[in-house]
Each structure stands twice: as C-alpha cells, then as structure tokens.
Design a protein around this ligand. Structure first.
Ligand code: ADP
Ligand code: MG
Length: 251
C-alpha cells in the first residue's frame, strides 16, 4: 500500500505487525518494573493487557509506543525500531487531551499536523465523526462534550489518522456504564476496519466482551499470554486465577 503526499512524493507504507518483544526490562532506580517480557503480537488479534494495579500495564504500552525506552531487551515492530513504527500508531489515554476548538476542528487540526492533504481532510473528519456517533456535535466546542463524548472524540481523532495499531490505556476507566458501552461499540467498529488494538483495562467484563487474546501481567512479569476464551475459562497460573476471582487487586 502507498500513499501520496501533497508535494507529489511517495513513501512506501510499512507493515508494523507483528510486534516482537524480546527480554524487555524497564528499571527505575533499583526497581525492575518490567521484568524480561518476551512475546509476539500479531496484526489480527484484539489484544487486552490485564493485571492487578501496579503490574506494569501502562509501562508496557508506553514502551511499545516509545514514550519510554527499555533498560534492556528489544522491541521491534515487524523489524522496525519503535521510533520508525510510531507514525503508524496512535495512543489514547484514560483522560483525553482535547484542543480548545470545535469537535470537527480537533480532528482536522491533527490531520493537518500529520501532513494529510487538505482535500482529504473533510472526508476523513466526516467519516471519523460518523463512526464515533458525533456527527451532530461537529460544530460544538470540544470542552463542552460529556466525558464519554470526549473519549469518543479522542478515539475518532486517533482513528482518522488510519493507524495500523491503536494503543489504549484504560480508555473507559473514568466513564459510566452507558458511556463505556458506546466507546466499546466504537472500538469494535475500529477493530473491524483492520486496525489492531492493544488495550489495558481493569474492567473484566469489558475484557471478556472485546478481547481475542490476553496478556496477563503480575509484578512486571508476563505470567500468561493466550486466547481470551482460554484465559477466562481455564487460567493456568495461581496469580491469574486469584485475579479473576477478585482476590488479587494489587501487584
Ligand atoms: N517512573 C517511575 N518510577 C518509579 N516507579 C514507577 C514509574 N512509573 C511507574 N512506576 C511503578 O511501576 C509499577 C507499574 O506501573 P504501571 O505500569 O503504571 O502499572 P499498571 O499496571 O497499574 O498500569 C507501579 O508500581 C508504579 O508505581
Ligand atoms: Mg495503568
């Protein structure tokens, strides 16, 4: 696949999956917060990162997106270094950071700074707002939206860039059940368009609804990695068993 820039130049689009982590460690001071994590994540699966508080879920996503660097080990996106793969990814956090502009302008501005041609932007904005169920709110100041609408806008803005991979850190943690459900519907649509999602959540119901595969972390270690159905029905480790029973809240 190729895309053409405004200046007529052409740049080959790289495929950035699979993501391969090899013996990744992250240390702060004396503490090893991520401890020799190795895994391969394929393009197709909806990946859910689970584990008790403090297990290292957010750190793992930040490492994969290049916001922090491993102390040792390697992270390669289909052979590409993290900094090269980053332009094909987007990350959304628990609390969206929106610009003091209209809903539509939040998306078009981000498209412009990422170099999307002017003539494409209007279409991309409309598509993203429609998918997010926000078309009627296009002209409203973003800061006046409800929490759930703001998070859908943050996701729409990320998705408008057509990332190959979306990294989401607890995207519904501050939302009520109705707002959470609307975000989940949007996430399922995004996943169906072929964007890989790697996401953390502390909501086990949500993980069951969305995940194809689970990475289960405990104290910075990858304790289990496998199909979601197997993880939920027959966890292999005592930590995951305790976590699923609600007995392991802190790492
Ligand atoms: N920069 C840092 N320096 C020291 N400790 C940190 C740092 N960032 C995170 N931690 C600690 O690392 C552990 C894992 O953090 P985090 O990835 O945020 O956990 P969670 O699984 O809840 O997302 C926690 O104990 C946290 O306090
Ligand atoms: Mg976290």
């Amino acid at each position: 696949m190729r895309f053409r820039h405004d200046n007529g130049g052409e740049r080959a689009t790289q495929t950035i999956c699979p993501l391969v982590l090899h013996e990744v460690c992250y240390e702060a001071g004396e503490q090893r917060l991520i401890d020799h994590i190795s895994c391969t994540l394929e393009a197709q699966a909806y990946t859910m990162v689970l584990g008790p508080n403090g297990a290292g879920k957010s750190l793992l996503l930040r490492l994969c997106h290049g916001l922090i660097s491993p102390s040792s080990g390697s992270i390669l996106w289909n052979g590409l270094a993290v900094r090269e793969a980053r332009r094909y990814q987007a990350m959304v956090f628990q609390r969206p950071v929106l610009l003091r502009r209209t809903v539509a302008a939040n998306i078009s501005y981000v498209l412009s700074i990422h170099g999307r041609p002017c003539r494409q932007r209007q279409t991309l904005v409309s598509q993203a707002l429609k998918q997010a169920g926000l078309l009627d709110l296009a002209g409203r100041p973003a800061r006046l939206l409800s929490g759930g609408e703001q998070q859908r806008l943050a996701l729409a803005r990320a998705w408008a860039l057509k990332p190959q991979v979306l990294l989401l850190d607890e995207p519904t943690a501050s939302l009520d059940p109705a707002a959470t459900q609307m975000v989940e519907v949007f996430l399922e649509q995004i996943s169906k368009t072929g964007t890989k999602i790697i996401m953390t959540t502390h909501d086990l119901g949500q993980a069951r609804r969305l995940a194809d595969e689970v990475l289960f972390l405990h104290r910075g270690r990858l304790v289990e990695h496998g199909p979601a159905a197997e993880f939920f029905s027959a966890p292999q480790s005592k930590e995951a068993t305790a976590f699923l029973a609600g007995h392991l809240l802190w790492s």
